[in-house]
Structure formats: C-alpha cells, structure tokens
Design a protein around this ligand. Structure first.
Ligand code: FMN
Length: 201
C-alpha cells in the first residue's frame, strides 16, 4: 500500500487552506488506484510550538511528546501533497516550523504542491522546492495554482468582513492539474520506496 498525506499548511482562524486540502484529499481518495491510500493531516491538530527541540532534527533524537507525535504521523507516509498559501512571498511560518521539526521522516519520499494566494502562491512553492532539496524530498514538476480571487465565491457578508474565507469553488480547469500532480506524487512515491531500500542496505 502506498500512503500519501495531504498536509494543510496553514493554521490561522478563517484560513482557506482546510477547504482546499479537503478538495485535494477527496479527489485523491476517489480517483486513485485501490493500492493507494490518502489521508488528510492538518497542522492545526498538532499545536506545534515554535521549534523547541534541543538537537537538530537530522539527529533524530526527539525530546518532546509533540515532536514524537508529529514524527510518528509523518513517518507513516511515502509521499506528501503540501497545500500551501503564500505569506509575504514565502512559505507560511507554521508550515516551515513543522517541516523543521523532522528530517529523516521526509527523506527519500515524494512531494507535490497545491498553492493558493492573491498571486496563486507560486513564490511559496518555489521556496518549498528549495527546502525539499535539502530534505531529500523528491518534488514533482506538476502543481496546482489557485487564486483567492477567482477560485473562491464570496457572499455579501464575506465582502463586508474580508477576514472570512469565502467558499472554495475551483475553476474546472484545475482538476486536470490536480490529477496530474497526484499521479506524479504517487508514481514517485512508489519509486522512492525502492530508493529507501537501496540506501538502507
Ligand atoms: C500574513 C499573510 C501574508 C500574505 N502575503 C501574501 C503574499 O505575499 N502574496 C499573496 O499572493 N498573497 C498573500 N497573502 C494572501 C494569502 O495567500 C491568502 O489570504 C490565503 O488565503 C492565506 O492562506 P490561509 O487562508 O490558508 O491562511 C497573505 C496572507 C497573509 C495572512
């Protein structure tokens, strides 16, 4: 069984990330071969403080229960789909913090990106590709780029209170990009499983 985690990469109140991640998860769950398992992982459920481990994550010596719980969750997967917003032209701090907690758990797995933002979140994804290189996380070329202007519906009430998220209503064309992204994440996850075996012997 190949296991893929869809990770909600933002934690703030009224975030849009959860709705986007549910769309990704539902598509993956219903359109993937039976031997592929999709889960949804929400950073907000882990309440990770700003990194407080005394040793670098690459040493794998975890002192805190919150780190062990997070590590156990992430270690269980062969690939990840990061659902990420762009914050100030970069990766949201909560996601970077959660990534930095771990090391081996990410290494020699696959990664794909679904981004969103006023400008589609593409600058955050470019940062994620640089971060992925350091983690040994194999990032796939295909990606989904969503706009907070055209891929969400807003009611009069939303517009009166712009802090609210609106309703996620992706344009139909994004489904092809999602399908291609998930397909590559799964194929690369399967390939990276044999890389992990080769490296461990
Ligand atoms: C702190 C912060 C910084 C942001 N910076 C950018 C930005 O640089 N570029 C952009 O396109 N959108 C930016 N946005 C808009 C977000 O991409 C958009 O609000 C998105 O919904 C945020 O993700 P979230 O709702 O899951 O938190 C920013 C939003 C926040 C909260």
């Amino acid at each position: 069984m190949t296991k893929i985690a869809v990770i909600v990469g933002s934690t703030r109140q009224h975030r849009r990330g959860r709705q986007v991640a549910e769309w990704v998860y539902e598509y993956g769950r219903t359109h993937s071969p039976v031997e592929v398992d999709f889960d949804l992982i929400d950073l907000a459920d882990y309440s990770l403080p700003v990194l407080d481990e005394p040793y670098p994550a690459a040493w794998g010596i975890y002192q805190n229960d919150h780190t062990r719980r997070w590590a156990e969750s992430i270690a269980a997967y062969d690939g990840y789909v990061f659902v990420i917003a762009e914050y100030n032209h970069g990766v949201p701090g909560a996601l970077k913090n959660a990534i930095d907690y771990l090391y081996d758990e990410w290494t020699n797995k696959s990664a794909g990106f679904v981004s969103y933002g006023a400008d589609g979140g593409v600058r955050a994804v470019e940062q994620m590709r640089t971060i992925s290189a350091e983690l040994g996380l194999a990032d796939v070329r295909e990606q989904v780029v969503l706009s907070t202007f055209t891929d969400f519906d807003y009611t009069e009430s939303d517009l009166a209170h712009p802090a609210t998220a609106g309703d996620f209503a992706p344009e139909a064309r994004h489904v092809d990009d999602l399908s291609a992204t998930l397909h590559s994440v799964v194929v690369w996850a399967e390939a990276m499983a044999s890389v992990r075996v080769s490296i461990s012997v």
